[in-house]
Design a binder for this molecule. Sequence first.
Ligand code: DLZ
Length: 202
Amino acid sequence: MNSDPTIKGIEPTNVKYDGSQLRVAIVHARWNKTVIEALLEGALKKLKEFGVKQNNIVVQSVPGSFELPMACSRMIAGSQVQAAPQAQDLLNLGTTSPGSLTPDPTGSKASTSAFDAVIAIGVLIKGETMHFEYICDAVSHGLMKVQLDTGVPVIFGVLTALNDEQALVRAGIGRGANKGHNHGEDWGSAAVEMASHTRRWK
Ligand code: DLZ
């Protein structure tokens, strides 16, 4: 009998997905950096567990969540990544290998071609004005549009939290006894699964 009081969450699949041939982009906002870093690390950890090769992962930062749909769209088009290496991920990710966050400077396939999936990571925390509602609405619709228009899965890695604690718990770094769960890991898994499906559906 399951003693867990909640029925929420994703049911794990029995299928063993192989990420070794997949190219995945992660686009993340820089607002709310502590939470973003944890989510990014969670997503990278899962991609690697599925066998996605380090040089087939490209990470790009943008100022805020509002910029995610445009950046995902351009990353999928594949024209922006190679030109400006200094504009890649700007966070100091500590233990996460910086090498994994920079496109191959030799211009490998990962830095010039389209991606099999894109993970858009942002953290929106409600403030006192309507800004939050407008950005949440625009970003969720924008990301859905990008994936339907391009046929490339865009994983919705955007937390929409009512306060700091909600965001921290959903990144697995809650300040209290409940550390929570890192949703970035789920987004890494979802990227591999959806990329595998859409390769078959082409
Ligand atoms: C302006 C703004 C605000 C108020 N809050 C957030 C937030 O909680 N999370 C986030 O990712 N971005 C926020 N932004 C910035 C916008 O997303 C966007 O970067 C700016 O409005 C510039 O277009």
